[in-house]
Ligand binder design. Structure first.
Ligand code: ARG
Ligand code: GLU
Length: 722
C-alpha cells in the first residue's frame, strides 16, 4: 500500500539509497512531532520538536495564525506585523477599492501606522495549546452504539470539555475529530479582532499571471499582502479602537536572505483545510469522474458569462474580480485533480491496496472482526449515495449560483418575523437594518444583467439534467405559467423583483412596514431562492444524511482496520482546518515526457511572460524598470538573479495559503500560495513524483517592499538575517 506513509525508522544510509521510499507525504500534528523529528533532522532540520511546538515556552507555533477563516498568516515583527497571500487579502483589498481608489489595480501602501486601514469582521486566531482528549470524548460511548446516539453523547462530552477548559479565560476552545473520529483533540485558541491592512502590491504583481497561471508552475506571482495585529493596552484581543496598540507576539519569524539549494529541507506551518486520503476506490472514482466533471461544467458556464462582461468594462472588472477568482479557483483545481487521478491511475492503485486489505481482513486471525464486510458495504453505500449526491451538486452549484440568491436568503429572517405578532417592533427594525447592511455590500458589486444570464443558464441546466423528483417546486410554476420556458421566467423575474434592482429595493425599503413585508414574501426572486433552499434543506440533505452517516462510521472502522493491518506505519490524520506541520525538500518535478522543471523561477520569467494585450500578463511599468536595471541589492540570490517562487515536496492543500515556509533553522524563506496542477490530486492521493507546493520567495517580497514600494519602515521592523 504505497500511498500510506511508511516512515519506519531506518538508518540514514538506507534513506539516501532508497529515498523514493520516503515520500514526504503527510500533515502532522504539532504536539506529536516527536514521532517525526528524526526524519526531519535527517532531511536537514536543526530544530527540536520542542522548539517547533511547546506550551511551556515560546515556540514557532506562536508566530502562526489562522487568517480570517480560510488562510494562514505569520508574524514577522515585534510589532505584530503579519504576512499572508495577496489572494487571502483579496476580498479585503477589494472592499477598500472603488473607481477612485483602485487598490486592486494600483496597490496600497500605508506610509505609517496611522494610515493602516481597519477591517471590521476580520480576525486572526492563535493556537494557545492542544491536547489529546479522546478518552474524555469517548467516555460513556461504547463501540456498539447507533451512529446518532453516539453523536449525541459525543457532542455532550465535547460541550463539557470546552466549557471546563475555557472557564475564566478569554480563550475559545473546540474539540475536533481526527482519523475519521478515531481520535479527538482539544484546541484552545485566542482570537484577535483589530486587524489592519498595511499594504499590498498592485494586482499586476500580486496576482501576476491571474487565473491563467493559477495552479501552475512555472509561476511568477508576488502573491503577498501585509497586515498588522492590534491589541488593547494589556496586549489582549479587543474590538477595533483607535487607542489599540500593535500586538507584541510571543514569537516572530526571522527572515532569511540566505536562499536555498535544491534538496534543502523545508517546513510549513499552516491550517490545511480538508483532505480525504483514506477513501475507498468507489469514492475516489465518484469524485474524480462523476462529481468533478459536473461541477466543472457548471462553473465553466458562469465563468464564460462573467468573464465576457469583465473584459468589456472596468467597473465590472472591479466588481466581479473577487467573485470570478473564487469560482475559477476550484473549477481549475478540479480539472487538475481529475486529470491527476487518471494519470496516476489512482483508482486502480486504490483497488490494488483494497485487494491486499481484503486478503488480510478475510484471514483466519481476523475472523469475527467484520473487517471483510467493509469494502463490499462501501460499494453498496456509494451506489445508494449517488443520485442524491448529484442532486446536491446541482442544487448547490447551479441552484444557489444566482447572486440574488444570497440577498433573498438574507431577507428570510425579516420576512419571517415581520408577520409574527409576538415579535417586537424593535426586533423587526433591527432585522430591517441588518438586511439593509447586506444590501449595501451586495449592490456595490452587482450587475443584474450578468445575474440574469447566470440564473437563466443555471435553471436550464437543472431542468435538463436533474432527476424529476429532486427538482425544486419552482419548476412546476415555470411549467405551468411559462410553458417551461426558463428564459421568459427569468426575464419576468428580473423585470419585476424588488431585489434585482437597487433603486427599486431601496424605494421599497424606505416605505417598509409589517404589512408590506408580505409583498416581499411573494417576490419572484424570493420565491425562487426559497424553493431551492427548501428542496435542499428539507429533502435532499436529510435523505442523504442517512447514507452519509453510515459511510462516516464505516470510514472510521476502515481506517482503524488499516492501522491495525500496518502497525509499523505512521498514519497522519486528514486535514481538518487545524494547525499542522508539513515538511519536505525543495525540489522540482518532471510533469511530462522530456519536461524537467527547475525548482525556482526568477524575474527573467516575468519579462518573458509580459504581454500588455493580455490582462493577466501586463507587467507593472515600475517593476519592469526595476527588473531591467537588475538592481536587486541584498535580495539577489548568490547567483545574482532575483528568485520569485520555488517548489517543494511539502504535502499541502487549501488553507495553507499564506503559510510560512521555513528553513532548517526556523527562518522564513517563503510564503506558501499554491500547488502545481499536476499535483492537485494530492487531496485524495499523494504522488511523490508529481505533488509540489508553490512558495513565494521571501526575498522577492522584501525586494518589492523595499525597492518597489519604498516601505523601508516595514523592512526595519523585521529581523532580516544574512
Ligand atoms: N490556487 C490558489 C489557492 O487555491 C490561489 C487562488 C487565488 N488566485 C486566483 N487566480 N484565483 O487558493
Ligand atoms: N491557494 C490555496 C489556498 O488558498 C493553497 C493551494 C492549495 O490548495 O494547496 O489555501
Amino acid at each position: 500500500m504505497k500511498r500510506l506513509v511508511r516512515i519506519i525508522t531506518l538508518s540514514a544510509f538506507l534513506i539516501t539509497t532508497h529515498h523514493a521510499l520516503f515520500a514526504d507525504e503527510g500533515m502532522w500534528i504539532p504536539m506529536l512531532l516527536n514521532k517525526n523529528i528524526d526524519r526531519m533532522q535527517q532531511l536537514g532540520c536543526k530544530l527540536s520538536a520542542e522548539e517547533i511546538y511547546s506550551i511551556n515556552r515560546s515556540s514557532l507555533k506562536d508566530a502562526v495564525v489562522q487568517f480570517g477563516r480560510g488562510c494562514t498568516g505569520e508574524v514577522v515583527s515585534p510589532k505584530g506585523l503579519l504576512l499572508t497571500n495577496h489572494h487571502c487579502g483579496f476580498g479585503i483589498i477589494q472592499r477598500h477599492s472603488s473607481l477612485e481608489h483602485d487598490y486592486l489595480t494600483d496597490g496600497f501602501w500605508a506610509a505609517s501606522m496611522d494610515q493602516e486601514l481597519p477591517n471590521p469582521g476580520l480576525t486572526v486566531t492563535f493556537l494557545v495549546r492542544m491536547e489529546d482528549v479522546t478518552s474524555r470524548v469517548l467516555e460513556g460511548v461504547p463501540g456498539n452504539l447507533q451512529e446518532n446516539e453516539r453523536d449525541m453523547r459525543i457532542r455532550k462530552n465535547i460541550r463539557s470539555i470546552t466549557k471546563k477548559e475555557t472557564e475564566g479565560t478569554h480563550y475559545n476552545a473546540s474539540v475536533i475529530p481526527y482519523f475519521n473520529g478515531n481520535q479527538y483533540f482539544l484546541y484552545v485558541t485566542e482570537v484577535f479582532k483589530d486587524i489592519r491592512f498595511v499594504g499590498a502590491p498592485p494586482s499586476g504583481i500580486g496576482k501576476f499571471g491571474g487565473d491563467t497561471d493559477n495552479w501552475m508552475w512555472p509561476r511568477h506571482t508576488g502573491d503577498f499582502s501585509v497586515f498588522r495585529i492590534y491589541a488593547d493596552s494589556n496586549n489582549l484581543p479587543a474590538e477595533y479602537s483607535a487607542s489599540n496598540v500593535p500586538y507584541k507576539p510571543k514569537h516572530y519569524f526571522p527572515v532569511s536572505l540566505g536562499g536555498y539549494d535544491e534538496g534543502d529541507f523545508a517546513l510549513l506551518f499552516g491550517n490545511p483545510g480538508s483532505t480525504r486520503e483514506y477513501l475507498p476506490s468507489y469514492a475516489v472514482e465518484m469524485i474524480a469522474f462523476k462529481e468533478n466533471p459536473v461541477k466543472i461544467g457548471l462553473r465553466q458556464k458562469r465563468l464564460d458569462i462573467i468573464g465576457y462582461s469583465m473584459d468589456t468594462s472596468r467597473l465590472v472588472r472591479i466588481q466581479y474580480a473577487s467573485k470570478y477568482a473564487g469560482i475559477a479557483n476550484y473549477w481549475k483545481k478540479m480539472i487538475g485533480e481529475t486529470r491527476g487521478i487518471k494519470k496516476a491511475d489512482g483508482v486502480a492503485k486504490k483497488q490494488k491496496a483494497e485487494q491486499e486489505f481484503q486478503q488480510w481482513a478475510s484471514s483466519r486471525e481476523n475472523e469475527g472482526k467484520g473487517y471483510a464486510e467493509i469494502l463490499p458495504l462501501f460499494e453498496k453505500l456509494y451506489q445508494e449515495l449517488y443520485p442524491g449526491d448529484m442532486a446536491t451538486i446541482y442544487l448547490r452549484e447551479a441552484g444557489m449560483a444566482p447572486e440574488i440568491f444570497n440577498l433573498t436568503t438574507d431577507a428570510q429572517e425579516l420576512i419571517r418575523i415581520a408577520g409574527e405578532d409576538t415579535v417586537s417592533d424593535e426586533t423587526v427594525q433591527a432585522a430591517k437594518e441588518s438586511l439593509l447592511r447586506s444590501a449595501r455590500g451586495f449592490y456595490k458589486n452587482y450587475q443584474p444583467q450578468i445575474d440574469q444570464m447566470i440564473t437563466n443558464e443555471m435553471l436550464q441546466q437543472m431542468q435538463d439534467h436533474m432527476e424529476q423528483k429532486y427538482l425544486p417546486d419552482i419548476f412546476g410554476t415555470i411549467a405551468k405559467n411559462y410553458h417551461g420556458d426558463i428564459g421568459s421566467y427569468t426575464f419576468n423575474l428580473f423585470a419585476s423583483s424588488q431585489f434585482t434592482d437597487s433603486t427599486r429595493f431601496y424605494r421599497f425599503m424606505r416605505k417598509f412596514n409589517r404589512k408590506s413585508a408580505r409583498k416581499l414574501a411573494d417576490d419572484p426572486a424570493y420565491l425562487l431562492g426559497k424553493s431551492i433552499l427548501e428542496k435542499y434543506r428539507e429533502e435532499v440533505v436529510p435523505s442523504g444524511r442517512a447514507v452519509t452517516s453510515r459511510i462516516d462510521s464505516l470510514q472510521r472502522v476502515y481506517l482503524q482496520a488499516q492501522m491495525e493491518m500496518q502497525p509499523a506505519s505512521q498514519f497522519y490524520p486528514d486535514a481538518n482546518s487545524t494547525m499542522r506541520v508539513c515538511f519536505g525538500k525543495i525540489e522540482g518535478f518532471k510533469p511530462a515526457d522530456a519536461v524537467d522543471y527547475r525548482c525556482y523561477t526568477t524575474t527573467q520569467g516575468i519579462l518573458e511572460k509580459e504581454d500588455s494585450s493580455i490582462y493577466d500578463y501586463a507587467v507593472d511599468q515600475r517593476l519592469n524598470e526595476l527588473i531591467a536595471s537588475a538592481d536587486y541589492g541584498r535580495y539577489a540570490d548568490a547567483d545574482g538573479t532575483m528568485h520569485v517562487a520555488f517548489t517543494s515536496t511539502i504535502h499541502s492543500t487549501g488553507g495553507n495559503s499564506g503559510a510560512p515556509v521555513l528553513n532548517g533553522k526556523g527562518e522564513l524563506i517563503g510564503i506558501n500560495f499554491d500547488r502545481n496542477w499536476e499535483g492537485t490530486m494530492s487531496d485524495l492521493i499523494y504522488d511523490p513524483d508529481q505533488c509540489r507546493n508553490i512558495v513565494l520567495d521571501i526575498r522577492y517580497l522584501l525586494f518589492i517592499l523595499d525597492h518597489y514600494a519604498g516601505e523601508k519602515w516595514l523592512i526595519n521592523e523585521m529581523d532580516i538575517r544574512k
